[in-house]
Design a protein around this ligand. Structure first.
Ligand code: ADP
Length: 701
């Protein structure tokens, strides 16, 4: 069984039928989707928040680590420079007792090399200044007065150094020089001997910071030199930058001083995307947001499409259900894939009983199987274009309902194609025409009765002329018979003349017999009986009756019917049509001047593009014509303008002609008078096998 529409049509009905019941489910589904989306949104927001927070913490940790590292590095560098000078002074110091000259020379060198030093002194153990060397400008010179006696901080360090005979730094202390002042820190270095002089190197902590701090560390943080109690001895000049709350400290670790390097983190510039991770998280968030947007849109669109589809299926089902004809869909394996409600109703079989069945089907008796075979064989024998027309006409057959009753049906089969043009199976339409058939049969019988009555009426009208027509041959026979008597008795007898008279008798008797036969044939009420009819032969046989009609009205009849115009018709019915039309024509010429009182009966063959070769017959009179207001009613039964008319003639003629696959029309003659013309299919020997439509409203119309 093919997938797709066939299968869908069979199984897709229930959800569609309960379309209304689907709605609450749909809203539940919609609200649960909204809930799920909200949960996803919350989850995403939480994840993103946590990721950003962790990322910020991590960033802060990294920054703190870097701060500490840099503070250490700065302390290490500064310490290395201090130690360099310490070692130099420790090494050189021992020689200075001898020569202050050398002291001066060495110290000038040292001061030139160590930019953080302001002055170096040589002092006796008692603190007395023995010699001093000052750094060159622009380094500030310390006023000599301040160097006479040591500051309390320096003197404390001096004492310690002297007592322990060990290098010691003083605590930083502030001196006022000019309008401002600055911090100093002294390094006391005992020279070799226990009681030898002491070297005092005077540092400016600000210069330590300015000159000993490596260049690669500057700029990242704000460095300062502070004491353990927080007193600041020096700080980096910060331009437009302020320290943050984060800092790291690393001690200089020199004896006698608690000075330490402090690195303050600069106020961080706010960064939109602090690092790759946050960037990724942000990108993921945006991506997720977009994905969710598209997801929601997609879900909406799907819901819309589904709704449209459901409505379409529902629509199709209502269309299908409103069809009164049975529908059966066969799949490619010729199995019943779907049947509609009408079929179930017509045949009485349930859907379940039929779906999946293969031929022969329970409702198709042998006659139906035969009819279908004949139909398919006929289709196969025809050229494609004709076969298409023939296929759409279908075939009549008798089906059997489940209760055994017969169902007259018109069956039409058509191939079923999918949206892509692929063959899916066959769709069969079965129209129940039982009732139609019954009505048709009734109408046919009534028509037969009417036709017979009409014939009687026509005959009644013709009765006087008929007796006249019979009297003539009878009178002739009588006189021929008298002549025979005389001729037989004559001496000598005249056998040749007797024979001639006898021939006259026979001819006249035959003429009378023909008149009587045609009346009999005309009157007989019988079922339609078609045969090949040559129109010329038919009209010739009708001539005596036509002549009677003509004589009655004193008119002439002009017959122009060529030979070989064949139709497939009921001879008697066709005769009746012609007699009715001619009678009307003669009637219409009652007031026409006798010279013009001519009725024409003409026939010819004509080829119609659509309907092939046709035989056209026209009855033309020169009478009074039909008033325009009468024209629409002409063919109505019981419409008459005659005092003694029945108004059945034209209506019967039209139905007879239509029964024979033709059409009867009225045309006014421009010169006056009327033309009643009908056409019939030309009867071709080769097409004799083709059935003629049996319904009154033949498809040839
Ligand atoms: P009836 O002859 O009994 O009246 P018909 O059905 O034959 O019934 O004709 C219906 C009417 O059509 C006539 O009464 C007449 O008025 C009109 N009719 C028919 N044939 C002709 C004709 N050839 N010329 C003029 N009128 C006609």
């Amino acid at each position: 069984m093919p997938e797709g529409p066939v299968a869908g049509a069979a199984s897709g009905r229930d959800p569609a039928r309960s379309g209304r019941a689907v709605r609450p489910g749909a809203s539940l589904w919609r609200s649960s989707t909204a809930g799920a989306l909200l949960a996803i949104a919350l989850l995403v927001a939480t994840t993103v928040g946590a990721a950003v927070w962790l990322s910020i913490l991590d960033q802060q940790r990294q920054a703190q680590e870097q701060l500490t590292r840099h503070a250490h590095a700065a302390a290490l560098q500064i310490r290395a420079r201090l130690i360099e000078t310490e070692q130099l002074l420790l090494l050189e110091g021992s020689g200075y007792t001898m020569s202050t000259e050398r002291f001066r020379r060495d110290m000038d060198e040292l001061l030139a090399a160590n930019l953080a030093l302001l002055r170096v002194e040589l002092r006796g153990r008692d603190g007395a200044l023995l010699a001093g060397a000052d750094a060159q400008p622009p380094r500030p010179a310390l006023p000599a007065t301040t160097r006479q006696t040591l500051s309390p901080e320096a003197s404390a360090a001096f004492d310690t150094a002297s007592r322990l005979n060990r290098l010691t730094y003083s605590r930083p202390y502030f001196i006022t020089v000019g309008p401002t002042g600055f911090d100093l820190m002294e390094m006391i270095v005992p020279t070799g001997a226990i009681d030898g002089p002491m070297l005092v190197a005077v540092y400016a902590p600000q210069r330590i910071l300015d000159h000993f701090l490596p260049g690669d560390l500057r700029g990242d943080h704000l460095y300062s030199l502070v004491e353990s109690d927080g007193t600041m001895a020096a700080r980096q000049a910060a331009i437009g930058q302020t320290g943050s709350e984060r800092f790291a400290i690393s001690p200089l670790a020199r004896t006698g001083t608690t000075l330490q390097v402090r690195a303050d983190a600069l106020q961080a510039r706010p960064r939109l995307i602090p690092n790759v991770l946050t960037g990724l998280v942000a990108a993921t968030t945006v991506g997720l947001g977009l994905a969710m947007f598209f997801l929601v849109r997609d879900v909406r669109q799907r819901a819309q499409v589904e709704r449209a589809l459901r409505e379409q299926v529902q629509f199709r089902h209502s269309v299908e259900d409103s069809i009164h004809h049975g529908l059966i869909v066969f799949d490619l394996d010729d199995r019943v894939a779907h049947v509609n409600d009408a079929l179930v109703r017509i045949l009485g079989f349930s859907r379940e009983e039929l779906i999946g069945l293969v031929r022969p089907l329970p409702f198709a008796p042998p006659v139906a199987v035969r009819d279908r075979r004949a139909y398919t064989e006929r289709l196969a024998s025809l050229p494609e274009a004709e076969a298409a027309i023939e296929r759409s006409r279908g075939f009549h057959t008798t089906l059997r309902a489940k209760d055994g009753s017969q169902v007259e049906a018109l069956v039409v089969e058509a191939p079923l194609y999918g949206a892509q043009g692929q063959r899916l199976g066959t769709i069969t339409l079965a129209a129940d025409i039982t009732e139609q058939r019954r009505v048709e049969e009734l109408a046919r019988r009534q028509q037969e009765v009417l036709q017979s009555r009409s014939r009687l009426a026509t005959l009644g009208e013709m009765a006087s002329t008929l007796s006249h027509e019979l009297n003539q041959p009878l009178a002739a026979i009588t006189s021929y018979a008298a002549a025979c008597e005389n001729l037989v008795r004559a001496q000598p007898p005249r056998p040749e003349q007797v024979a001639q008279a006898l021939l006259g008798i026979r001819t006249q008797a035959e003429r009378a017999g023909q008149v009587i036969r045609s009346v009999q044939a005309f009157l007989r009420r019988r079922a339609i009986d078609r045969n090949e009819v040559d129109l010329a032969v038919l009209v010739r046989g009708l001539e005596p009756l036509l002549n009677i009609q003509a004589m009655r009205t004193g008119a002439r009849i002009l017959i122009d019917v060529p030979a070989e115009l064949r139709v497939f018709a009921d001879r008697i019915m066709l005769e009746q049509v012609l007699l009715n039309l001619t009678r009307n024509g003669f009637d219409a010429m009652a007031d026409t001047p006798s010279v013009e009182r001519v009725l024409e009966l003409r026939a010819r063959s004509r080829t119609d593009d659509e309907r092939g070769q046709r035989v056209e017959v026209a009855v033309i009179d020169h009478g009074r014509g039909v008033p325009p207001e009468v024209v629409p009613q002409l063919f109505n039964a019981f419409f008459t303008t005659k005092a003694d008319g029945m108004g059945l003639g034209l209506s019967l003629c039209r139905s007879v002609i239509e029964q024979h696959g033709g059409h009867l029309r009225y045309r006014p003659r421009p010169e006056g008078g009327s033309t009643f013309a009908f056409d019939l299919p030309f009867h071709d020997e080769a097409l004799r096998a083709r059935p003629v439509p049996t319904t009154a409203s033949g498809a040839d119309r």
